[in-house]
Structure formats: structure tokens, C-alpha cells
Design a protein around this ligand. Structure first.
Ligand code: SF4
Ligand code: SF4
Length: 321
């Protein structure tokens, strides 16, 4: 098993005072933590990068949209204020809560490799797994920097309270959905396949922290929660439906059970070979109350080779017609 040890990247040249922690600072810092991290390079593929420059969004932790997630995600979806209160070791001023969400866009090499075939590419699989390890490191780094400067920050995906589980109503659910939080932070709309279509497309990963810093929110994008999806726009796109090898997507949306079954098949078929032949780094996996260090493979064929792959789809539609 390859291993990774958290090494904090030195952010030299930063003047650290209380006015430092602006949205621009978070964008710059998360970008450096991603782009300068050796984990962002795939040595098995000549050192090509996993992610391009990230994008940040900010939600007001008291925004009523978080109430909607109790129905859309799970009645267990935690309110930002409660998460911060219960998971911060410090005496915390909760007069204002901000949720900072970041979007990590896969680079073109990674996306191109996953544009055809019935199984996810080897390159995509490696990038997704190691990108998950990197994303966890970024969460740790950002909260550690805030802590060093007497600020409060909790990364829900790493908190003891976080869980992902089966749900009778939603098939699968969690106590903190990074996709929905990114929506609340104005970073996109949902697609027919359940992905969030961001300004950098749907082939992305997400991370977030909750803090009591007062930051200017990024408004939720207008037009309804699926406004950018071409299907919603009446364009009969169907590309993600066609891309799915197991018919898990229909005009009614995503069949999460079918998608999950495919993910399990992918893990059974490729996990052993990939972990023994490539430098794959483990990360924390939380499921049904269990917390283990392991690897994760995914599919995401419906996010690559589609008009919403790397930007809002109207700009790309002609390429796929
Ligand atoms: S591929 Fe087309 S239908 Fe599917 S999510 Fe993207 S824009 Fe919507
Ligand atoms: S991730 Fe794969 S199995 Fe799941 S809906 Fe997309 S293409 Fe289908």
C-alpha cells in the first residue's frame, strides 16, 4: 500500500492577520494547496496534473436553502451552525457562519481518457482516487491554517459526525452533501445525471469547510436548480443517458442503486490490479458509521464526453451534434 503523510505546504509571503481571511485569500490558498501539492501529480503518467485551478464559492450558513437539503438529501443533513457548534473544540462565536465550497476540476488529460468505452479509464481511476486523498489534505491544511490563527474551521467530510448511508427515501444519503453545498455556494446547477454542472463543468470534485468568519456569499445561480442542464432547457440532450453503460440514467433522473452496483463491479474488477500496479494513495472512507483508510474507484462516464463536461453546456453543444 502506498502511503502519504500530511506535509503542510509553506505559504510563504502571506501576511497573516484577521483581515486576511477573505474569499480571495481562500481561493488563492486552496489553489496553491492543490497546484503545488506533489499529490496533484501522477508519477505513473509522467507527472501529469490531476486538477486545474480550483474555484471557490461561499454560502451564508443561515441561508434557508440548507433547510431544503433535509428533504432533498436526508433529514440527517446537518445545518452548518450545528456542525460548527458540535465539532469545534473552541468556544465559538456563532453570530455569523460561512460555508466555503471549492470545486476541483479534472484536467483535460484525465477527462479525455474517460470519454469512451464501457469502463472508466485506468488514468481516470487513479486520478479520482489520488484526487480524493489530495482533497482530504486540502481540508486538513485549511482548517489547520485557521486554527493556527485562532479562527474556527470545521471540514464536515472529516468530522466524526459525518456519515454516508443507505436511505429508504433517497437510496443513498449523507449528513453533508458536497454537491448540494456547492449549489448553495452558487457554484452551479444539477444535471439529469445528478452531477452538479459548475462553470468548470461536471467533471469535478468538491470540498468544503464551515467557519464563523464573515465572508460575502456567492449568490445561488438563477433559473432554478437544473437551469444549466440541456434536458431541462428542452434540448433533448440525452448524452449522459447514452454514456451510461448500465442504463442508470433516464429522463426521470438517476437510478442510484444501478449506479452503485456498477461502482461495486468496477471495484471488484479493477481494485486489486490498480492498487498493486500504480501509486495509489489511501484516504479516509466513511460509510454506515465505519471509518477506514482505503481506496475508492468510481465511474463518471456520464460526466465525460458530454456537453456539460468542462463548462456550461450551451457553449459546447455544437461539438456533440
Ligand atoms: S449530458 Fe446533457 S442531459 Fe446530461 S446532465 Fe449534461 S447537459 Fe444535462
Ligand atoms: S457514474 Fe457510471 S454507472 Fe453511474 S450513472 Fe454515471 S455512467 Fe452510469
Amino acid at each position: 500500500m502506498a502511503s502519504t503523510k500530511t506535509k503542510f505546504i509553506s505559504l510563504k509571503g502571506e501576511t497573516l492577520n484577521s483581515s486576511l481571511f477573505t474569499k480571495a485569500w481562500f481561493e488563492r490558498t486552496v489553489s496553491r494547496l492543490v497546484l503545488e501539492n506533489p499529490l496533484n501529480r501522477l508519477t505513473d503518467y509522467g507527472g501529469i496534473p490531476i486538477f486545474n485551478k480550483p474555484m471557490i464559492g461561499v454560502a451564508d450558513g443561515a441561508d434557508p436553502v440548507f433547510e431544503l437539503f433535509l428533504a432533498a438529501v436526508s433529514p440527517s443533513h446537518v445545518m452548518p451552525r450545528d456542525f460548527l457548534k458540535r465539532n469545534s473544540a473552541k468556544e465559538t462565536d456563532l453570530s455569523h457562519i460561512s460555508v466555503i465550497s471549492w470545486v476541483l476540476p479534472f484536467t483535460q488529460h484525465i477527462r479525455d481518457s474517460n470519454r469512451s468505452g464501457s469502463w472508466p479509464s485506468r488514468l481516470y481511476s487513479l486520478a479520482r482516487n489520488n484526487g480524493g486523498t489530495l482533497s482530504h489534505e486540502v481540508c486538513c491544511h485549511v482548517t489547520e491554517i485557521l486554527d493556527r490563527h485562532e479562527k474556527v474551521g470545521v471540514s464536515p467530510s472529516l468530522a466524526q459526525e459525518y456519515d454516508a448511508f443507505r436511505s429508504s427515501e433517497h437510496t443513498f444519503a449523507s449528513s453533508w452533501s458536497e454537491r448540494h453545498v456547492a449549489y448553495a455556494a452558487g457554484r452551479g446547477h444539477f444535471g439529469l445525471n445528478g452531477s452538479l454542472i459548475t462553470p468548470m463543468g461536471a467533471s469535478v470534485r468538491f470540498g468544503s469547510i464551515i467557519t464563523n468568519l464573515h465572508l460575502e456569499p456567492t449568490p445561488i445561480e438563477k433559473g432554478g436548480h437544473m437551469a444549466t442542464c440541456l434536458e431541462y432547457e428542452g434540448e433533448n440532450c440525452d448524452r449522459c443517458i447514452e454514456r451510461c453503460p448500465v442504463n442508470a440514467i433516464s429522463r426521470k433522473g438517476l437510478d442510484k442503486e444501478r449506479c452503485y452496483t456498477r461502482k461495486k463491479m468496477i471495484e471488484e474488477r479493477y481494485m486489486r490490479e490498480y492498487t498493486s500496479s500504480m501509486k495509489m494513495f489511501p484516504h479516509l472512507i466513511i460509510k454506515s458509521g465505519k471509518r477506514v483508510n482505503g481506496y475508492s474507484l468510481g465511474c463518471a462516464l456520464c460526466q465525460c464526453g458530454v456537453p456539460c463536461e468542462s463548462e456550461y453546456p450551451e457553449f459546447l453543444m455544437k461539438e456533440y451534434n
